[in-house]
Design a protein around this ligand. Structure first.
Ligand code: ASP
Ligand code: MG
Length: 412
C-alpha cells in the first residue's frame, strides 16, 4: 500500500481534544488506502518547559541527559495518538526513536539522522497495522544514548521518514495554512503561496520564517520529497496549504516570492585589524570554536594596512563572540582597536528564483528602502536572495514597503 507521512506540530496536539481531531484526519487517509506514518511533536509549550527544567537543574548540563529529558515530550503524544486511533478502531501503535531505530550521530542536542531502517515498521504494516505513530525529534546514537535533532526537529524526522519509506507525500500540519509571501502578522497584504520551490523555501526557512526546520527542507530537496504545509485547524482538501516542490513543477512565479526578516540579529565590528593573509581565518576560527554562528561578513577597503571587519550573528551570541575575540587578543593572536556591538539591527531579505534570470532586483530593493529613508548597514547576496541589515525600528516598514514594491500581494 502507498505510504503517507503526516506530521503534527505542537499546537495540533496541544490537548486531548486536538489529538482526537487530528486522529480523525489520519483515519480519513487510512480509509483512502494509505499506510500512514504519523510523526508527532510534543504538546505545545512542553519542550520549552523541559528545557527550562534542565537549565534550572544544571546550567552547564550533560548534553546526554538534556536529550533524555527534552525528548520525552514526544513520547507522551505518540502514545496518546496511538491510543486515540485504537479507540477509533484504527490499528495503530507508537514507536519511540530508539525502537525504529532511528540512528543518529552523537551530536547531542543537534544530532543528524544517519539511517532509518524500514524493516520493523514494514513488518507491522504487513501484519495489518495501519498507522505507525512515531515520536518526532529523537533518535539513538551509536553509543546507544537518546539524542535529539535540534529545536523544530520533528519536521526533519517527518521528511526523513518520507524519504526512507518512499512516501507519496509528507504533509506537515501546523497552525498556519501554508507558507506566506511574508509574515501576515506584520504585513496584512501577505498572501499564501500555492507552491514554492525547495530552494526558495530553504532560504526563507534559514532567514527566519519559522514554519519548517531548515534541515527538513534540505532533506526534502535532496530526496525530492513532496512536502505540503497545511493547517490542522481548517477543513482539508487536496488543494489546501502550500506545496514545497521542484522548480520545474511551478508554472509561473514572481521574480521575488517572499520577504523574510529576522529581529534576532546583531552587527559586530572589529576596528582596525591588520590587512594581511590569515587575519580573517584567525577571527572566524575563533568565532566558530566559540560556538558563534556568523551570518553576514563585510571587510572594508584597507587604509595604511589596517581595515575594519564587520559580521553579524544572533543577538544571544554577542557575549560569546566578545569573549572569543577578547581571548585571541589577549593571547596576542589578533590585534584590534575596538569591538563594537550593535544589537538594534534587523535583517530583511527578499528571496526568489526569478532573480537568477532577471537583473535589477537589488537596485529596486535599495531604492525602495532609500525612498523610506532607511539606511542600509550591511548587504549580502546569493543567487536567489538579497539581505540587508537595517535599524530594527524600521524593520516592519521595510517589509511592508518591499512587499508592495514587488507586488507580492498578486500572484504571477
Ligand atoms: N518539540 C520539539 C521542539 O519544540 C520538536 C518539534 O516540535 O519539532 O523543538
Ligand atoms: Mg515546528
Amino acid at each position: 500500500m502507498p505510504v503517507l507521512v503526516m506530521k503534527f506540530g505542537g499546537t495540533s496536539v496541544a490537548n486531548l481534544d486536538r489529538i482526537r481531531r487530528v486522529a480523525k484526519r489520519v483515519g480519513v487517509e487510512v480509509a483512502k488506502g494509505y499506510d500512514v506514518i504519523v510523526i508527532v511533536s510534543a504538546m505545545s509549550g512542553k519542550t520549552n518547559e523541559l528545557v527550562g527544567w534542565v537549565n534550572e537543574t544544571s546550567p552547564l548540563y550533560d548534553a546526554r541527559e538534556y536529550d533524555a529529558v527534552v525528548s520525552s515530550g514526544e513520547n507522551i503524544t505518540a502514545g496518546l495518538m496511538a491510543l486515540t486511533l485504537q479507540e477509533m478502531d484504527v490499528p495503530a501503535r507508537s514507536w519511540q526513536g530508539w525502537q525504529v531505530p532511528l540512528m543518529t550521530t552523537s551530536a547531542h542536542g543537534q544530532a543528524r539522522i544517519e539511517e532509518i531502517p524500514t524493516k520493523n515498521i514494514n513488518e507491522k504494516f504487513g501484519e495489518g497495522m495501519r498507522v505507525a505513530v512515531v515520536a518526532g525529534f529523537q533518535g539513538i546514537s551509536p553509543e546507544g544514548r537518546i539524542t535529539t535533532l535540534g529545536r523544530g526537529g520533528s519536521d526533519t524526522t517527518a521528511v526523513a521518514f518520507a524519504a526512507a519509506f518512499d512516501a507519496e507525500r509528507c504533509d506537515i500540519y501546523t497552525d498556519v495554512d501554508g507558507v506566506y509571501t511574508t509574515d501576515p502578522r506584520i504585513c496584512e497584504k501577505a498572501r499564501k503561496l500555492d507552491r514554492i520551490s525547495f530552494e526558495e523555501m530553504l532560504e526563507l526557512a534559514s532567514l527566519g520564517a519559522k514554519v519548517l526546520q531548515t534541515r527538513s527542507v534540505e532533506l526534502a530537496m535532496r530526496y525530492k520529497v513532496k512536502l505540503r504545509v497545511l493547517s490542522s485547524f481548517e477543513e482539508q482538501s487536496d488543494e489546501a496549504g502550500t506545496l514545497v516542490c521542484d522548480e520545474e513543477d511551478i508554472m509561473e512565479s514572481n521574480v521575488v516570492s517572499g520577504v523574510a526578516y529576522s529581529r534576532d540579529e546583531a552587527k559586530m565590528t572589529l576596528q582596525s585589524v591588520a590587512d594581511r593573509p590569515g587575519i580573517a581565518a584567525t577571527i572566524f576560527t575563533a568565532l566558530s570554536d566559540g560556538g558563534v554562528n556568523v551570518d553576514m561578513i563585510v571587510q572594508n577597503i584597507s587604509d595604511e594596512g589596517r581595515t575594519d571587519m564587520t559580521f553579524s550573528c544572533p543577538t544571544d551570541q554577542v557575549a560569546r563572540a566578545e569573549q572569543a575575540l577578547l581571548a585571541i587578543k589577549e593571547q596576542g593572536e589578533l590585534n584590534y582597536a575596538e569591538l563594537i556591538a550593535d544589537t538594534d539591527v534587523a535583517k530583511v531579505s527578499v528571496v526568489g528564483i526569478g532573480m537568477r534570470s532577471q537583473s535589477g532586483v537589488a537596485a529596486k530593493m535599495f531604492k525602495v528602502l532609500s525612498d523610506e529613508g532607511i539606511n542600509i548597514k550591511v548587504i549580502t547576496t546569493s543567487e536567489i536572495k538579497i539581505s540587508v541589515l537595517i535599524d530594527r525600528k524600521y524593520m516592519e516598514l521595510a517589509v511592508q514597503a518591499l512587499h508592495d514594491a514587488f507586488e507580492l500581494d498578486q500572484a504571477a
